[in-house]
Design a protein around this ligand. Sequence first.
Ligand code: FAD
Length: 551
Amino acid sequence: MQIRAESVRSLRDHTFDVCVIGGGATGAGCALDAQLRGLRTALIDAGDFASATSSASTKLVHGGVRYLEQALRQLDLGQFKVVRSALRERVRMLHNAPQLAHACEFMIPSFSRWESFYYSIGVRLYDWLSGSENLASSHVFDRDRSVTRFPGLRATNLAGSVLYTDGQFDDARYNLALIQSFAEAGGRAGNYLKLISFERDAGGKLATAVIEDQRSNEKLLIRARIFVNATGPFSDSIRALAHPGAAPRLVLSRGVHIVLPLSAPSDSVALLIPHTEDGRVIFAIPWLGRLLVGTTDQEVPDNRESAVTRGEAEFLLRHLNRYLIQPRSCSEIVAAFSGVRPLVRHAQAQQTKRLIRDHEVEVDQQSGLVSVLGGKWTTYRAMAEDAINHVQRSFGRPVTHSTTANHPLPGAEHYCPQYAAELSTRHGIPLDQGQHLAQKFGTLADEVCAIAQREPALWRRITDSFPAIEAEIAYSIRGEMAITVEDVLARRLGLQFFSWPHAAQAAPKVAQHFVREHGWSEAERAAAVEEYLGKIRRMQIALGLSSEPIP
Ligand SMILES: Cc1cc2nc3c(=O)[nH]c(=O)nc-3n(C[C@H](O)[C@H](O)[C@H](O)COP(=O)(O)OP(=O)(O)OC[C@H]3O[C@@H](n4cnc5c(N)ncnc54)[C@H](O)[C@@H]3O)c2cc1C
């Protein structure tokens, strides 16, 4: 990736064909697609890349068995097509970054023969819709085999289960890999650059974005022939900047997750809880050494960031515990996060859980703004392809072929399942460190290790029970545009999603690296640590957890 200061300079100095606003999954996908089609492209985000919804997902690369059920119940061909298209994209996501996305087994327990039959039809249909892109065939288990496969499952009244396979991924790092791929293709990206207004040409079309650098407070202008609004839950506000009075199109739906130690129910199979009190599903998924439980679905008036509450965590655990021999409790929560889904309103849908996760590309005829609305992580690439097709049509040019369907992301080249073990042997590091580095960086992990070879002190672990090493901090700051403590601990290393106490413990060390790399003063260092610890403390308090950094 580029150095941020250089990137900001080049954003100011050039006129671009396309300027993408928003560096989440949708924006990163659009920018990469446009740049690969030969359009000179800029990408900006008001915060860090992936800092909004795109790092707060359930980490599923899926067609959505729940959406398939909705399609069946409502006999809705449109929904079938959305599921089918997402299943096609699922394979592409796994193929383009195998270090970050892989297959995972999901069990749906059933409590009557009718339920067993119903779920088995559902997963077989899911297999069938996947066609040649199916990850693995589903299975129907009786009660004994279900319990053998999933030892923590409560057997009382259990009739059996079905097991199907879907994809799972590291959303934040996948997003960063897209940005990196975009930069390698010659695109210019900058984080902490917020669009605050537009300037127009004589015909009223958008010509210049007025940007405020959120770090220096300086203003800069980015000139482009077309602007793509890929701001997810913020899209209506950008549409209103381009076209004052434009009617809102989005419905916002909040979803939360809690993270628990992975002691039960199973360390490899995920659980799909098929019914909640509000008629949706909840997942309990082994994820990078933890158990991720979520999510909720609650319509909210705006996308203000807010901490996961005790009530939300209790809701998730109440449902999970009905299926477990050993109930889990709120006091075990080690981390949590929330996000806001950007859903496009469908005329007949009253509830957000009934809104299909399809996308829409809107071209505002007055201003020329292209907005990519709705969708889901799994379909980011197809959404981007659609959006850039619209961009080329707006230019009055023929639509050229999108090459992103088969475009390995950085770290994917020469990646193989043995890579972690080979990396460990090559550098003489423990296997858990090799696995962690391979899962986060793919084959670029050798570049991280090269830093530690030059500065052996950076082989040190950041905290005791997490395998990340200090060289990763240096790599994130030097090469991945991390400019705050949270950028490093949350989205680049993943420690904040693994354990708040350990992330809090690591914060001073991360800040010390910024002193070395960016010349932070002592006051800046102390303020950054205090700000980060304050955020962790507020999140712990909202969940009613001890606010002590380390229990
Ligand atoms: C709880 C939850 C669980 C989910 N689980 C899954 C799942 O398992 N699988 C799946 O496929 N999908 C899932 N989704 C959906 C998926 O996460 C989203 O569809 C996707 O991340 C949206 O990406 P985005 O880039 O459109 O939005 P975002 O990731 O929100 O990105 C928008 C970006 O725009 C930036 N921005 C806003 N205003 C400005 C401005 N003025 N100037 C510059 N930048 C600006 C923001 O800083 C932000 O980074 C889930 C969503 C939620 C909420």
